[in-house]
Design a binder for this molecule. Structure first.
Ligand code: CA
Length: 224
């Protein structure tokens, strides 16, 4: 899979040069010229990392970063101009994963992107998750309870896999949005709807199966 990058940068010459280099290095690149367009790109599902220039024409690179960080752990590398020390520090305080100061080489950009992506990889999940009578086969992307296969849509399966990966742990709707949909700007109603359907399918199983408990004000957990 080619990692999908959001490149939020207002200098077109620099952005186009970065984009063609990154594409040759095996990345998919969505380029946005200002903070507003950047938000649009990030709203689309499936961005794996953002390269964010803090000096944008609509002036809100830091604000954009703050917005991202308040709801998501999307890896972000901030880019600042020389002398913008305060921006760089603010960027790291808000939660950027790394920073680059212009001018930098394309090779350095790629090395930083790869390092941040490596650090942000979730730990390997075991092939089969067992929770009570529930068996989640992460290789086959199938779940069953006492031999009865659950008919799940892809997102329902993904939701169940996240919950079954940590039975008893409470996940907030935002965490589930991030992990299952990969997009922090989706509506939490999406989660509610999928939990509702998944809960129904678990309850319809002939044998007693784990259930999804709503923890009021916090989120959801899977109980064996
Ligand atoms: Ca700029």
């Amino acid at each position: 899979m080619r990692p999908h990058l959001a490149l939020i940068e207002d200098d077109p010459d620099f952005a186009l040069m970065c984009r063609s280099y990154l594409e040759r290095e095996g990345f998919t690149v969505s380029w946005a010229m200002d903070a507003r367009a950047g938000q649009g790109v990030l709203r689309e599902a499936g961005v794996d990392l953002a390269v964010l220039d803090l000096g944008l024409p609509d002036g809100s690179g830091l604000e954009l970063l703050r917005g991202v960080r308040s709801i998501s752990r999307l890896p972000v590398i901030v880019v600042t101009g020389r002398g913008a020390e305060a921006d760089r520090v603010a960027g790291l305080e808000i939660g950027a994963d790394d920073y680059l100061v212009k001018p930098f080489s394309q090779r350095e950009l790629v090395a930083r992107i790869r390092a941040v992506l490596r650090r942000s990889q979730p730990p390997e999940t075991p092939e089969v998750l067992l929770v009570g009578s529930l068996r989640v086969d992460t290789g086959a992307r199938q779940a069953s309870a006492d031999g009865t296969l659950l008919a799940l849509r892809p997102k329902e399966y993904a939701l169940l896999e996240v919950l079954a990966g940590a039975p008893g742990r409470v996940f907030s709707a935002q965490q589930l949005l991030e992990q299952v949909w990969g997009a922090a700007w989706q509506q939490s109603a999406t989660v509610v709807e999928h939990v509702y359907r998944l809960r129904g399918k678990l309850a319809d199983l002939p044998a007693p199966a784990p259930r999804i408990t709503t923890v009021r004000g916090y989120g959801y957990r899977l109980d064996p």
